[in-house]
Write a protein that binds this ligand. Structure first.
Ligand SMILES: Nc1ncnc2c1ncn2[C@@H]1O[C@H](COP(=O)(O)OP(=O)(O)OP(=O)(O)O)[C@@H](O)[C@H]1O
Ligand SMILES: [Mg+2]
Length: 253
């Protein structure tokens, strides 16, 4: 794959994917997914054969829906089982989280809020990507101070994040799965336009079939493991495969 003559130089490599330049067009890039699953800022890490394929299918299906809704994303096309063609971006070092239901790390930060509390509209939170500091939460004034985005752009990203969330929430609801929360990332294309970039896959959200937390399908299953046995990994893999499959059925009425 790395021998592919259309691939230019390696632009970035992270825990779960590689980004290559696209020789024929400097505005585009290839995203190659890896069979890696990680948690706890990379402290826990396992190979999960098939994950690159499920992640690619899930991301492609999700971004196709978003593009149909005319949301600005980096997604161009799915090339093969593990490769996507995207708009080449300079990424913002932030993660934006949208929450409909209070759970997980939110409850640790706000112990007075009980699990299951609903946010209307969806709550939007921003975290600075820094594994060593465990991705601290940041606010508008921090983003402005760091020169990452303007005030208008920060507002636009919050609004865009809510639209992304509401679109996917509606799509999952059509097959009776609750989208609990969702993490997205933004990049700037070669023209400087902000786009929803990176992946939206089973690592990015919480999915509770029928609204039932005990039936969760997403990466939380992996985060919750005590030790990671081969049998546990198989159960995680089965859920990733199922979610990839389900994203092929998502529709916007
Ligand atoms: N459209 C894009 N153009 C350029 N780079 C991108 C694009 N989409 C995602 N990337 C970048 O690809 C790199 C590899 O992603 P990966 O998620 O594997 O990294 P990571 O180890 O999780 O580190 P990070 O904390 O930056 O996400 C990241 O730096 C990510 O921001
Ligand atoms: Mg990442």
């Amino acid at each position: 794959m790395i021998e592919n003559p259309l691939f230019g130089p390696l632009l970035a490599e992270g825990k779960t994917k590689l980004i290559y330049a696209f020789k024929a067009d400097p505005d585009l890039a290839y995203m190659v997914n890896k069979d890696q699953i990680t948690a706890g800022d990379g402290v826990r890490r396992n190979e999960l054969p098939g994950k690159s394929r499920w992640s690619t299918i899930t991301t492609a299906n999700v971004f196709r829906l978003l593009n149909e809704e005319e949301l600005a994303t980096h997604f161009v096309d799915q090339i093969n089982d593990v490769v996507l063609l995207v708009r080449r971006c300079t990424m913002l070092p932030i993660e934006q989280v949208m929450r409909r239901i209070a759970t997980g790390s939110y409850l640790k930060r706000f112990p007075e809020i009980s699990e299951g509390t609903r946010f209307e509209p969806a709550l939007v939170e921003t975290f600075f990507k820094d594994d060593a500091r465990h991705d601290p939460q940041i606010w508008e004034e921090d983003i402005l101070k760091m020169g990452l985005a303007t005030k208008d752009e920060i507002e636009w990203m919050a609004a865009q994040g809510r639209r992304v969330f509401e679109t996917l929430e509606r799509a999952w609801a059509s097959i009776d799965v609750t989208l609990v929360d969702l993490k997205i990332e933004f990049g700037r294309d070669t023209q400087g336009n902000l786009l929803v970039a990176d992946v939206i896959d089973n690592d990015s959200w919480r999915l509770w079939p029928g609204g039932d937390k005990t039936r969760m399908l997403d990466k939380q299953v992996y985060r919750n493991l005590k030790d990671v046995t081969q049998q546990d990994l198989q159960q995680v893999a089965d859920r990733y495969a199922l979610v990839a499959d389900l994203t092929g059925k998502l529709k916007l009425e």
